[in-house]
Design a protein around this ligand. Structure first.
Ligand code: 5AD
Length: 335
């Protein structure tokens, strides 16, 4: 559906009509992508990061973090267990940790692909040739949020990084045939409603296959510790509008939403979302991957998370996705 910037700002700011917005998004979700909720098994395989984003708990400058990285074997074993638990997609996420070189990552991707799963990478900015090598090794999808399209804000949040370069990375990934996921945080300091509306239109124009939208949650060990942060409500309204703008894409109920409210992900599933990323990292490492505080399920095992999520999904009359859960374009579906 086409909404212009003014319409979007109007719906973003109008909390009195948000239930109506959530209902509309829920209906569009039902009509375009159905009642299945696709589960992804998320492995947070390294919290070592070369970047220093002001908002992020694992930023290079946070000296209080105990840093870890999984060995090749540990990572493959975690993925194997995830596949045994029934996950049809394995998401490999980490800080920008250059220890994972092309040969190392390609070996890992090739091993994990043998478990009959889709492989999603979420490892940040890399040169084109590396993206190409990962794709050739079998990686299917790539997640990298643009975070904000307000370039001045982006550069304030990380003076060492380049918005333009990140955008070019997204274009490269698309060109290489990855299913592309991107997204934003809402509630960043100085972020305006207008800028969130522009973000949504940017994601529509880029025609992303997945869009992750989460509230910014200030972390006490970062320079933004005293910032206000985003609310669940605003994140849900933003996500619902994303569903209206791009009806047939995959939209996760994000973990950051759950961190703000115990029913955050269920509310998201009822307001346009159709994907859940379940943490399958072993507990000893989970606590150390603290992008923001109060991340949920830190003490839980992969098996526990899986059954807890299944219960939540079924309690609202939805089903668990049985396939890989790729985006199926509506134009293809109705042929
Ligand atoms: N609050 C919420 N989300 C965060 N992320 C990083 N730091 C925070 C935070 N403090 C998000 C970013 C990143 C994703 C992996 O986690 O959007 O892309």
């Amino acid at each position: 559906m086409n909404l212009n910037k003014t319409d979007i700002i109007c719906r973003l700011t109008d909390s009195s009509r948000q239930e109506e917005l959530f209902k509309t998004a829920d209906k569009i979700r039902h009509d375009y992508v159905g009642d299945e909720v696709h589960l992804r098994g998320l492995i947070e395989f390294s919290n070592i990061c070369r970047n220093n984003c002001l908002y992020c708990g694992i930023r290079r400058g946070n000296k209080q973090v105990n840093r870890y990285r999984l060995t090749e074997d540990e990572l493959i074993e975690t993925a194997r267990r995830g596949a045994l638990l029934g996950f049809k997609t394995i998401v490999m996420q980490s800080g920008e940790d250059m220890y994972y070189t092309v040969p190392r990552l390609c070996r890992i991707i090739e091993s994990i692909k043998k478990f009959d799963v889709a492989v999603t990478l979420s490892i940040g900015e890399r040169p084109y040739a590396e993206y190409k090598a990962f794709r050739e090794a079998g990686a299917d999808r790539y997640l990298m949020r643009i975070e904000t399209t307000d370039k001045a804000l982006y550069h304030k949040l990380d003076p060492e990084m380049s918005w333009q370069y990140r955008y070019e990375c997204l274009l490269a990934l698309k060109e290489l045939g990855y299913e592309l996921g991107s997204g934003i945080m809402v509630g960043l300091p100085e972020q305006s409603f207008e800028s969130i509306a522009a973000d949504l239109l940017f994601l529509k124009k880029l025609d992303v296959d997945m869009a992750g939208i989460g509230p910014f949650i200030p972390h006490s060990q970062t320079p933004l510790k005293d910032a206000a942060g985003g609310t669940l409500e605003l994140a849900l309204r933003t996500m619902a509008l994303m569903r209206i703008l791009l009806p047939d894409i995959n939209i996760p109920a994000t973990t950051a939403m759950e961190s703000l409210h115990p029913q955050g992900r269920v509310r998201a599933l009822q307001s346009g979302a159709n994907v859940i990323m379940s943490n399958i990292t072993e507990s000893e490492y989970r606590k150390l991957y603290e992008l923001y505080p109060d991340k949920v399920c830190l003490e839980d095992t992969p098996v526990h998370c899986r059954s807890c999520i299944d219960t939540k999904i079924m309690s609202i009359g939805r089903t668990i996705g049985q396939g890989y859960g790729s985006r199926i374009r509506y134009s293809e579906k109705i042929k």
